[in-house]
Ligand binder design. Structure first.
Ligand SMILES: Nc1ncnc2c1ncn2[C@@H]1O[C@H](COP(=O)(O)OP(=O)(O)O)[C@@H](O)[C@H]1O
Ligand SMILES: [Mg+2]
Length: 336
C-alpha cells in the first residue's frame, strides 16, 4: 500500500494551491501564503520538496500535511515558552474563499501576519552538518571556540545558538552573536537567543522521551500586529522594531524540514546517524550525477515512497499516533 493510501484521504498531492480570488502574499519553496484580511494570512504547505535550494519536479505525498500538523502539535506544546502566530487550524473556520477549498484541509493554517525578523534562529545540541564541517576545519562553531576532541554528532555540553541571516536568494549566511547584536540590538539579540535555547531544550527533552534526538533546529520570529500608527519597519536594524508588537514564533516549527532528528536507538557519537530529513533524497540526487542547477531530475517511485514514509514516521514517533489517526479536534491557540 502506498503511504498516501495508508494515511487515508485526501490521497492526492498538492503541488501548488489554486485559489481564485485570493491574493498571494508570498510563494516560498514549500508554502503558498495568502492574504486573508484583518492582518491574517493563510499558509498552505504544498507537497513540494526542495533540495540544494532547488524545488524538485516530483511532489512527496503527505509531506505538506505532515509539516502542517507536526508544526501545529509543537506550537501547542511550546506556547508557554513563546507566543506563536497560529489563529486557527480548522479549515471550516477559515474565512472565504479558503474554507470552500477542501484540498487545503490539514495542510493549512490561519495565522497572524507578523513583521518578520530576517534571521534564522538556529539551536544546536550536537555537532553535525555545517557545524561539524566548521569545527573540523577551525575548531570553532559559529566563530566561537569549542572544546578540543569533539567527535562528529557528539552532544555539546550545552546547546548553542548559531544565527544566520535569511538570504533573499541563495544560501543563508551564518553570523556570529556579535554580528546579530550589531544588526538587531543587544536586547533583541539576547531575547532571540534565550527563547531559541529554551524552545530547543524543551523540544529536545520531549523528543527524547519519544526515542528521537533533536540534534538541531531553526526558528523564525516576528513582531505581532498591534495598533501602530507608524508604518511598519522595513529593516531589521530599524529601532522601531522594538516598539512593535510582541515577539512571536512564526513559520513552521520542529518539522523534519526545519530540524535534524535522529533515531536515539541508532545514535553513535563519531558517526553520521540516519536522519528523518531530506538526506535520503540528497543522497539519491548526488548519486544521479545531477549538477545542482535547475531543473532537478524526477524522483523514481521508490525514492518518493521512501521519503514520504520518513516524513510520516517522524510525525508518528513524535505525536505518538499515525497521521490518519489524529482526528482529535483541531487546536486553536490564538484568539481574534
Ligand atoms: N506569521 C507570519 N507572518 C509573516 N510571514 C510569515 C509568517 N509565517 C511565515 N512567514 C513567511 O512565509 C514564508 C513561508 O514559506 P516557505 O515555503 O517556508 O518559504 P522559504 O522558501 O523562505 O522557506 C516564509 O518566507 C516565512 O518567513
Ligand atoms: Mg521555510
Amino acid at each position: 500500500m502506498s503511504p498516501a493510501a495508508r494515511a487515508g484521504a485526501p490521497a492526492a498531492t498538492l503541488t501548488q494551491a489554486k485559489i481564485p480570488g485570493a491574493r498571494l502574499f508570498r510563494r516560498g519553496k514549500v508554502r503558498d501564503v495568502y492574504e486573508a484580511g484583518d492582518g491574517l494570512l493563510v499558509m498552505v504547505a504544498s507537497d513540494r520538496l526542495s533540495a540544494f535550494d532547488v524545488v524538485l519536479p516530483t511532489p512527496i505525498p503527505q509531506k505538506g500535511r505532515v509539516l502542517t500538523r507536526l508544526s501545529s502539535f509543537w506550537f501547542e506544546r511550546t506556547k508557554a515558552i513563546a507566543p506563536n502566530h497560529i489563529v486557527e487550524t480548522d479549515l471550516a473556520r477559515f474565512p472565504e474563499p479558503f474554507r470552500s477549498h477542501p484540498e487545503l484541509g490539514g495542510r493549512s493554517v490561519l495565522v497572524r501576519r507578523c513583521e518578520r525578523i530576517d534571521i534564522e534562529c538556529v539551536a544546536r545540541g550536537y555537532v553535525s552538518g555545517s557545524a561539524w564541517a566548521e569545527y573540523r576545519k577551525m575548531g570553532t562553531i559559529a566563530g566561537e571556540r569549542m572544546p578540543p576532541g569533539l567527535l562528529e554528532s557528539e552532544q555539546l555540553r550545552e546547546p548553542i545558538f548559531t544565527p544566520a541571516t535569511k538570504a533573499v536568494t541563495g544560501h543563508d549566511e551564518n553570523i556570529s552573536r556579535a554580528q546579530l547584536a550589531a544588526m538587531v540590538g543587544h536586547e533583541l539579540a539576547k531575547k532571540l537567543e534565550a527563547v531559541t535555547i529554551a524552545l530547543y531544550r524543551s523540544a529536545h527533552a520531549f523528543a527524547l522521551g519519544r526515542g528521537l534526538i533533536l540534534a538541531d533546529t531553526k526558528f523564525e520570529f516576528g513582531f505581532g500586529p498591534e495598533p501602530n500608527p507608524a508604518p511598519p519597519p522595513s529593516k531589521v536594524s530599524d529601532p522601531r522594531y522594538m516598539a512593535s508588537g510582541p515577539l512571536t514564533l512564526i513559520d513552521e516549527v520542529l518539522t523534519p524540514d526545519s530540524s535534524r532528528y535522529w533515531d536515539a536507538a541508532r545514535y553513535r557519537a563519531g558517526e553520521t546517524p540516519p536522519s528523518f530529513d531530506k538526506q535520503y533524497v540528497r543522497d539519491f540526487l548526488v548519486a544521479s550525477g545531477w549538477n545542482k542547477e535547475p531543473p532537478a531530475p524526477k524522483l523514481p517511485p521508490e525514492v518518493v515512497e521512501g521519503t514520504s514514509q520518513r516524513y510520516l514516521d517522524c510525525y508518528e514517533r513524535i505525536v505518538g499516533r499515525p497521521l490518519d489517526a489524529t482526528d482529535a479536534p483541531p487546536v486553536r491557540t490564538g484568539g481574534r
